[in-house]
Design a protein around this ligand. Structure first.
Ligand code: NAI
Ligand code: SF4
Length: 406
């Protein structure tokens, strides 16, 4: 009905009927419930006589930045896309593949309509002809929820049939890179494109395309419904806003923690019930494996956009993994590079060969650090996309902070 692959739905429905709890559909806010609480009023008002630049100003006031991980100012993107002649498209990046990240899933399984309304507001703002949702295939419950709720929007006449095109991800980490995602939606092998041109200029089918992450759209709806204060009223350690940290590892209560964006790792561990009994905090991955590993001693830095760059790291999608004295930083870094080796699309030599060589060098009892450093430089300087450019981060940070292990 709305371009969901029927084989997937049959698989999900069969799994549910056989009592497969993995695929169970959680209780979530349906279209009717969302509408009762004022849902879609903001969209309808804007579609009536709204000015997209007023909404852009709201986003700028709120301080919203892209929550896929790059932190690009969301309102600015709208201007870039609108600056190019149509037809224009909107593509939602729901391919949440960053190891340790599960915040998009968390929101989609609870309040899918905040995301859907945010998407329709963004589509209205850039006058998109169609919205493509590229959703991680490993989230069968989310796919089912979206299928149901997109049908509800069509039935309610809020969108025409086919305006929202729900696509299954291809199960590859690299398909979350925005230009590889676009290639994948176009039916090609998911390989990143060179940029510039940015997708805002040349995106889907060669047309200007607005790409937003799922959580970014969730907040766009909230800002339009509740005002920019929903984000900018929170201030901590000199930083404004909120961050959805996906916390896992050696803590008592892992999960998504919505905290001030100025939170430190100490705050995040405290909000996660503290360390597991018998475990002493040793290290943390602040935002996915490409952010590497930081030592427990760096515990007073707000984990927000831009604050970790001087340390050779970044917050990215805020996938925080806590390691303890029972974990090896060396083994963690090797695991991260194995992941990159598997997930490299193979298009460029510094990344394809670099990841493989790094894994071989990191398997040694004692690392050849000068050689690894040289390899890291070649990879970060010469790789086409973020995967190869950031893959050296865990190597460099482990050599710096956990040198006795390597
Ligand atoms: P980026 O900073 O290059 O781009 C961010 C966005 O801004 C893109 O949409 C890009 O098109 C746009 N942009 C940047 N400069 C522009 C310009 N001059 N004109 C027009 N548009 C412009 O970052 P990238 O490579 O898209 O994302 C990297 C981040 O992705 C990392 O920080 C990482 O944490 C995160 N990531 C998240 C994953 C997840 O599952 N959520 C998975 C893997 C990585
Ligand atoms: Fe592909 Fe790696 Fe090159 Fe990115 S850096 S284009 S993942 S080979």
């Amino acid at each position: 009905h709305n371009h969901v692959d029927h084989a997937t739905l049959e698989r999900v429905e069969a799994a549910i009927s056989q009592g497969d709890t993995h695929a169970h559909i959680p209780d979530y806010e349906t279209y009717e419930e969302y509408k009762k609480s004022g849902g879609y009023a903001a969209l309808l008002t804007l579609q009536g006589d709204g000015d997209w630049e007023d909404v852009q100003t709201l986003l700028k006031d709120s301080g919203l930045r892209g929550l896929g991980g790059a932190g690009f100012p969301s309102g600015t993107k709208w201007g870039f896309v609108r600056g190019n002649a149509g037809p224009r498209y909107l593509a939602v990046n729901g391919d949440e593949g960053e190891p340790g990240t599960f915040k998009d899933r968390y929101y989609l399984e609870r309040t899918p309509h905040l995301f859907l309304e945010g998407m329709l507001i963004a589509a209205w703002a850039v006058e998109a002809e169609r919205c493509y949702i590229y959703m991680r295939d490993e989230y069968p419950a989310v796919l089912e929820i979206l299928r149901r709720e997109i049908a509800a929007l069509e039935d309610a006449g809020l969108v025409t049939e086919g305006f929202i095109d729900l696509r299954r991800g291809a199960g590859a980490y690299i398909c979350g890179e925005e230009s590889a995602m676009i290639e994948s939606i176009e039916g090609k092998r998911g390989m990143p494109r060179h940029r510039p041109p940015y997708v805002a200029q040349v995106g889907l089918f060669g047309q200007p395309t607005l790409v937003h992450n799922v959580e970014t759209l969730h907040w766009i709806a909230r800002i339009c419904r509740e005002g920019p204060e929903v984000l900018n009223a929170t201030e901590k350690n000199g930083r404004k806003g909120l961050r959805s940290y996906s916390v896992s590892g050696r803590v008592k209560e892992p999960g998504v923690k919505l905290l001030p964006a100025g939170s430190t790792i100490t705050d995040i561990i405290a909000a996660s019930g503290g360390m597991l009994d018998g475990h002493k905090f040793k290290a943390y991955q602040p935002g996915g494996p490409s952010s590497g590993l930081l030592p427990a001693s760096i515990n007073d830095v707000p984990l927000d956009f831009d604050t970790l760059q001087p340390l050779g790291s970044f917050i990215g999608s805020a996938a925080v993994v806590i390691l303890s004295d029972q974990d090896s930083a060396k083994a963690a870094a090797l695991n991260m590079l194995r992941f990159f080796e598997d997930e490299s699309c193979g298009q460029c030599t510094p990344c394809r060969v670099g990841c493989e060589k790094a894994v071989k060098l990191m398997q040694a009892d004692e690392w050849d650090q000068p050689l690894l450093e040289e390899l890291c430089t070649a990879m970060s300087d010469a790789s086409i996309c973020g995967l190869g450019q950031a893959a050296p981060n865990p190597i460099r940070l482990v050599m710096k902070h956990f040198n006795s292990e390597v």
